[in-house]
Design a protein around this ligand. Structure first.
Ligand code: V47
Ligand code: SF4
Length: 367
């Protein structure tokens, strides 16, 4: 390592690298310098040091499937390729029975998790979704239900009325909610948010819902939508707000960077950032978020090859088998049109990159 450090000619980057090697937290100014001034090979080395410190050579995956209850949404995020107003002929929604049928399709498979996210339906409230989770858990008690972005939670709890966020989350937990996915975070900077998703739940409320979930004993994930109109300072600000909350609660399991995909949305004109940019971003996230247990490369979005490459840039989780049950990302032009990976394929992908594949449950216990 000394040799690597000695070869760094930029004085500031050398100082940052020294701090990373010594396990000292970076300031936001230093995080920004990593984005702007560090070369890719150094980012790979430094993120590798942090990932090994936290996760050794393990790369985690799980066996899961998705349910997308509806594409009807009261909001109109400019980057979204999925939502439709309730009056649109292309809008759809599943009934509880139809969603239970999806769950039953996996009765003979050893999946451990169902991931449920969709649009923010105008008339479905907390009671509707509690009842759905209850029916799923009744049918298959061992299945972990990871469900509803903070945006859906904000709306469904307000819609039901008469409960605080914390009480609403308690109720969902009693019905069987196991954890909360990381969606809806986008970019926390208020000016950027106003331009890409002005009607949506604010950054402060997103963070307060996750904080309340952690207080209630419900773990969660955090995402960041990057590669659109934001700049590096916005990304560092986003990660800083997550790092600060994680210091207080320790309730986040994973951070998932999501690259903006351009198909079928009104921000298409922006194009997409390169794979190199994705790798830089994974590495900076791994280095900056020193208190985040896992950095996830979500392969249905990145494609299998970029997910594999990202393992050399700090990621240690590639999500799951998916079983061809999600369309949200393929509609935006993501790499995988029919996402499904067998356990053998996942293990091969991880092994080829030089890491140890570890099947996990939703709370990162080894299976
Ligand atoms: O919040 C929407 C993103 C998110 C686009 O917690 C887009 O394990 C790129 O949260 N290009 C929802 N991204 C998905 C999500 C998620 C995904 C995987 C794993 C987990 C987890 C959570 O999808 C939204 C938004 O940021 N998104 N449109 C688009 N055009
Ligand atoms: Fe609705 Fe989510 Fe799409 Fe925004 S990103 S329009 S909240 S489905």
């Amino acid at each position: 390592m000394k040799e690597i450090l000695d070869n760094i000619s930029n004085h500031d980057i050398r100082h940052i690298a020294d701090k990373v090697v010594s396990g000292i937290r970076l300031t936001s100014a230093e995080g920004l310098l990593l984005y702007t001034d560090a070369d890719l090979s150094l980012l790979s080395r430094l993120s590798g040091i942090v990932r090994r410190r936290i996760n050794n050579d393990s790369v985690f995956f799980n066996k899961n499937f998705h349910i997308e209850p509806t594409n009807k949404c009261v909001y109109n995020c400019r980057f979204c390729s999925y939502h439709k107003p309730a009056s649109d002929p292309e809008s759809w929604e599943y009934s509880h029975n139809e969603m239970l049928e999806i769950v039953k399709r996996f009765d003979n498979k050893d999946v451990t998790e169902v991931h449920i996210v969709g649009g923010v339906h105008p008339s479905h409230d907390l009671h509707y979704y509690c009842s759905l989770i209850g029916k799923i858990k009744n049918h298959r008690p061992s299945l972990h239900v990871k469900a509803f972005s903070a945006i859906e939670l904000d709306y469904m709890i307000k819609k039901a009325g008469g409960t605080t966020v914390e009480e609403g989350l308690e109720k969902l937990k009693e019905c069987g909610l196991g954890s909360i996915p990381g969606g809806g975070a986008e970019i926390f900077d208020e000016k950027v948010r106003a331009q890409i998703c002005d009607e949506k739940t604010s950054s402060a409320v997103w963070l307060s819902i996750h904080e309340a979930a952690h207080r209630t004993g419900i773990p969660s994930n955090a995402t960041m939508l990057y590669g659109h109109i934001e700049n590096y300072a916005h990304r560092i600000d986003h990660m800083e707000r997550i790092r600060e909350l994680q210091d207080r609660t320790g309730g986040f399991n994973a951070f998932i960077p999501l690259k903006f995909k351009k198909e079928n949305n009104i921000m298409s004109y922006l194009g997409e950032v390169s794979t190199i940019e994705d790798l830089r971003n994974y590495a900076v996230a791994r280095i900056y978020l020193d208190n985040m247990p896992h950095i996830k490369a979500y392969w249905p979005m990145t494609g299998k090859e970029v997910a594999q490459l990202s393992l050399l840039f700090g990621t240690d989780d590639i999500d799951g088998t998916i079983e061809d049950t999600t369309r949200i990302y393929s509609m935006a032009g993501a790499g995988e049109q029919n996402p499904v990976m067998t356990t053998a394929e996942i293990k091969k992908l991880i092994g080829e990159a030089g890491f140890e594949p570890v099947e996990r449950d939703s709370l990162y216990n080894r299976i």
